[in-house]
Design a protein around this ligand. Structure first.
Ligand SMILES: [Fe+2]
Length: 380
């Protein structure tokens, strides 16, 4: 057996752990940081938990609090231009995937300069990055432990993927209290994104013994808790399980990559600015049916993790159970599974598939552009 699994995460988890941000930043040796967050968290007075902690510890900080849902390269470049002469020593990403990925991108600019489009893809970031401290406010992307950042190329309307071990956050603080007032739509879509990470990493053709164990563990946390979490984000026991599950899944996708759900979601995010979690959720049931013939044994395991009873059933019956359950899960969480339901009646299937085929990566079933067009037509 030959395999490689790399990670270098530093995670602290607990109720109220966010209040230690300032002292943790000092412990890491930083005295002045850029604090990146989104307007919704400012309005809900949640990001103040982070900035209050920085103030209390005497850490100086600049704030960028207008991160976009799909952060754009030109916006992030403008932020770094504004603060680059202010002796910023680290970047704090406080929020969902957008805030954390935006923080990582700014950290890359700080050490490498130029335009973010120069760093799209593996091996492009040669001068490292400023340290990033990540505080997730969704149980979703796992960006707090990953070595990549998804950034929109505003000129080309495409999602780029900045990739380097240097952008794995030097510290992630997981605090379930921060999820208590998460809007229900974001809770639902980002949590489904986390489940797609667990499943796509599990069936990835780059999966190995170690990654498979972590993928299953992530799904053990996520699958039974997603409905209760979306129903009541203030249940901090459930919220903590979701945070841990999404963190495990994030740790794995850095090694295994993702599959067709993410290939299509990235294309839809770049072209139509669709929220990542929504795009992943919508494509998940269709892609799950498509991929089944590649690894039916793993679908049996996934079925059990979803709370189903696959024993004694044929492989195709198990696939039907899994796909039916994914549609039911989306329905229960209020997530649409057709583009027509979100006003995208004129989806440009050719344009989306053209971008997505370049991202198909380690999907377990060999995929052609015609296959991706078929998957998109199913969701039309
Ligand atoms: Fe994702």
């Amino acid at each position: 057996m030959t395999f490689e699994f790399r990670t270098s995460i530093n995670v602290k988890c607990g109720n109220g752990i966010v209040d230690s941000l300032g002292t943790e930043v000092l412990k890491l040796g930083h005295n002045r940081v850029l604090f990146v967050t989104d307007p919704g968290l400012v309005k809900a007075d949640i990001s103040a938990r982070g900035t209050d902690s920085l103030k209390a510890a005497g850490v100086e900080f600049e704030v960028y609090d207008t991160i976009e849902p799909n952060p754009r390269d030109n916006s992030l470049e403008a932020v770094w231009e504004r603060v680059k002469d202010q002796n910023i020593e680290a970047i704090v990403g406080f929020g969902g995937g957008s805030a954390m990925d935006g923080a990582k991108a700014i950290a890359v600019l700080a050490r490498n300069g130029g335009r973010l489009s120069a760093y799209d893809g593996p091996g492009k970031i040669t001068n490292g990055a400023l340290p990033v401290i990540a505080i997730p406010t969704t149980a979703g992307t796992g960006s707090e432990v990953t070595s990549n950042a998804a950034i929109t190329d505003a000129a080309r309307h495409q999602k780029m993927s900045l990739r380097s071990p240097s952008i794995i956050p030097s510290l992630a603080l997981l605090d379930p209290d921060l999820l208590a007032t998460l809007p229900v739509k974001i809770a639902a879509e980002s949590s489904m994104d986390a489940i797609t990470h667990g499943f796509e990493s599990y069936i990835s053709n780059r999966a190995n013994t170690l990654s498979e164990g972590l993928s299953v563990q992530s799904l053990e946390y996520l699958c039974p808790n997603i409905r209760p979490f979306v129903a009541n984000r203030a249940d901090s026991v459930v919220a903590k399980k979701m945070l841990v599950g999404s963190m495990f899944a994030g740790t794995v996708i850095g090694n295994t990559g993702t599959g067709n759900v993410h290939a299509l979601a990235r294309a839809l995010g770049g072209i139509y600015d669709l929220p990542h979690g929504l795009a992943c959720s919508m494509m998940f049931p269709y892609v799950a049916r498509f991929n089944f013939i590649a690894c039916p044994g793993k679908y049996k395991v996934f079925a059990r993790l979803l709370g189903l009873q696959p024993d004694g059933r044929s492989d195709s019956a198990v696939c039907d159970m899994v796909v039916d359950e994914l549609f039911r899960l989306c329905a229960d969480l209020g997530i649409p599974t057709r583009f027509s339901e979100i006003g995208l009646d004129d989806l440009n299937i050719e344009a989306v598939s053209e971008v997505a085929i370049g991202n198909s990566g380690p999907n377990p079933r060999t995929t052609t552009r015609a296959d991706l067009e078929y998957l998109l037509r199913q969701a039309a």
